[in-house]
Design a protein around this ligand. Structure first.
Ligand SMILES: [Zn+2]
Length: 104
């Protein structure tokens, strides 16, 4: 069995996605803790990162040729990123999330 990714880049992406989902849920679903749906999405996103075949060399998911997300989750994460992206820039300017938002 292949080792799961746990390098610094993957860790940082996990943190970023967690923050984005947290912002989204708090503002959109008005929850203090992540609701079931968002928890599920977060677990899924973390799992995808752990299994990402590019590991530490990965690019932004939106630029990736391999669409490893199931369509239903991809739709959700897209919405989360669109929603939380601007907040992330406000709260966490150190994270370069622009490339996550838009693959162009
Ligand atoms: Zn939620």
């Amino acid at each position: 069995m292949r080792k799961l990714n746990d390098g610094p880049n993957i860790q940082k992406e996990k943190e970023t996605v967690q923050q984005m989902i947290t912002i989204y849920c708090r503002k959109k679903h008005h929850q203090k803790e992540l609701c079931e749906e968002c928890k599920d999405l977060l677990q899924y996103a973390h799992k995808r990162l752990s299994y990402c075949r590019f590991g530490e060399d990965k690019t932004a998911c939106s630029n990736c040729k391999v669409h490893c997300y199931k369509p239903v989750y991809r739709q959700k994460i897209k919405e989360v990123m669109r929603y939380s992206g601007p907040w992330m820039l406000l709260y966490h300017p150190v994270y370069s999330v622009l490339h996550l938002l838009n693959g162009k």
